[in-house]
Design a protein around this ligand. Sequence first.
Ligand SMILES: C[S@@+](CC[C@H](N)C(=O)[O-])C[C@H]1O[C@@H](n2cnc3c(N)ncnc32)[C@H](O)[C@@H]1O
Length: 271
Amino acid sequence: MKRASRGTDDLDALVTAVTSTSKYRPISPDLIRRVGARELAVRSNFKTAVKATKNKLHQVGGAYFEAKLDYVAMLTRLREASTSPDNFRQMCLNLMRLHASTRERLPILDEFYTITLTDLPDIRVVRDLACGLNPLARAWMPFGDAVEYVAYDIYADMMVFVSEFMAIMGMNGRAQVGDLLSRPPTEPADLILLLKTLPVLEQVEKGAAARLLDVIDGRYLLITFPARSLGGRSKGMVQNYDAQFRAWTKKRGWQIQRYEFATELAYFVET
Ligand SMILES: C[S@@+](CC[C@H](N)C(=O)[O-])C[C@H]1O[C@@H](n2cnc3c(N)ncnc32)[C@H](O)[C@@H]1O
């Protein structure tokens, strides 16, 4: 029998060590392996590689949660609220507060989708990549019930919750665990949402944003960037992201419409 190489042994051991903590267990194994392999390659020893992997996973995922989410309780609250459309919308707003990135959009939610997706022609399939709790904003999106909505994120427990949410709402859609770095969805879509995600991917691997833009297949893209950091700093961010976006999209021949909101910089792209 062929013996696994030392590197594979170390990587398996790293994944086991990282996922022994409940905080990291629901994260896509693809992403843990990818981050872990890089850290093992550059760190002086195993323990520091495990620590660096956890830090990176926290930076790109865990940092958006102030506390561990109780998805069972959240679903109960949604079911209770589902008897009244107004109550259900209010409950969606309440629950979107539990993900820092989705929460930042709440002050602009009433205008965000109606402005950026205005005049969108008939669409059938929407993919929400690295969705966080954004699928809970479905009722604010200006397209019909028949649209199929496919959501992806690295958290298995969050994707189960989003699937259940879709069932309660009667939404035509599904949610699946997916690491955009290892297995980006390449199936065609009419609209792809990439909300505040490209900088997160770049935190793991330089060049990841351009690579993703090369392989996704959307007729329209809505790509956004945060107007301030999680810590609240905003100095120069809009200018920096604007320059970065222009660099990534240069020579692609896309038609781009730019929108600047108080908390988010958005580009609607016709590819
Ligand atoms: C800045 S938040 C944006 C969330 C959502 N798009 C929004 O704007 O409301 C980044 C999201 O990316 C997810 N994420 C991080 N790395 C990822 C990866 N490699 N593949 C897929 N999702 C990832 C995180 O779990 C988090 O939900």
